[in-house]
Design a protein around this ligand. Structure first.
Ligand code: SF4
Ligand code: SF4
Length: 65
């Protein structure tokens, strides 16, 4: 299981942190070139592949493999 966030297009809204039922994401400390703070895929091993994050990301910045 792989969960990717494309840091080039993420706007740091943190919706994915709230949507994920397994708490895979945490607030991160990576800042992209637009100045947005990118969430950290902290607990990828907990992912159940529900794809709620991918579906709800307003910028289509998440890809679950
Ligand atoms: S929901 Fe999408 S745009 Fe918002 S923080 Fe998560 S990855 Fe970034
Ligand atoms: S697919 Fe579901 S469990 Fe996996 S990171 Fe996205 S919201 Fe969380």
């Amino acid at each position: 299981m792989k969960v990717y966030i494309d840091s080039r297009i993420c706007k740091g809204c943190q919706l994915c942190i709230n949507y994920c039922p397994k708490k895979v994401f945490e607030p991160g400390d990576e800042v992209n070139d637009k100045g947005f703070v990118i969430p950290n895929v902290a607990h990828e091993e907990l992912c159940i592949r529900c794809k709620l994050c991918e579906i709800n990301c307003p910028d289509l910045a998440i890809y679950v493999e």
